[in-house]
Design a protein around this ligand. Structure first.
Ligand code: SF4
Length: 152
């Protein structure tokens, strides 16, 4: 079993109430090997919700208390993002899951690259909060861009 970002298998959990369904991952989901989770919903945020960005670092810095997750208006939603990440990790531990396929670029799920602080579509190096926590706990994180579905 692997964790997958819920939006990637067609769940309408994104900030705008939509999804980012990936056809190949939907097929794997139908085979029953993916557990769809949305850390932002698990953290207690509503859908739809304001888009957020990490300010002052990346997800690892958020976990250390050195960076924050803010809305465009500057509302601090860091606690929701951290709670959601820990909920995902708890489910991974409960099911002994060692791999996750997370939505690229998101402030929660992004792995390797995340959006810049200024709400443009520009990218910077770094991990989202959930991706960071999973990696720090030995879980291998892929994105929909680098996971090879044809192996399954
Ligand atoms: S938090 Fe992750 S799973 Fe939830 S909508 Fe954002 S990218 Fe998708």
């Amino acid at each position: 079993m692997k964790i997958v970002s819920a939006c990637l298998v067609g769940i309408n959990c994104r900030f705008n109430g939509k999804n980012k369904a990936n056809e190949k991952l939907v097929e794997l989901f139908k085979k029953g090997i993916l557990i769809p989770l949305c850390p932002e919903q698990l953290g207690g945020l509503p859908t739809p919700r304001p888009p957020c960005t990490i300010v002052g670092g990346d997800g690892h810095d958020v976990l250390k208390g050195k960076a924050k997750v803010l809305t465009r208006k500057g509302e601090d939603l860091t606690a929701y993002f951290v709670k959601g990440a820990h909920e995902v990790l708890a489910i991974a531990h409960l099911l002994d899951i060692k791999e996750a396929i997370l939505k690229s670029r998101s402030p929660s799920c992004g792995c390797g690259k995340i959006y810049c602080e200024d709400f443009t579509r520009k990218l910077r190096d770094g991990d989202g909060v959930t991706a960071a926590l999973l990696k720090e706990n030995g879980i291998k994180v892929y994105t929909e861009r680098n996971f090879n579905c044809s192996d399954y």
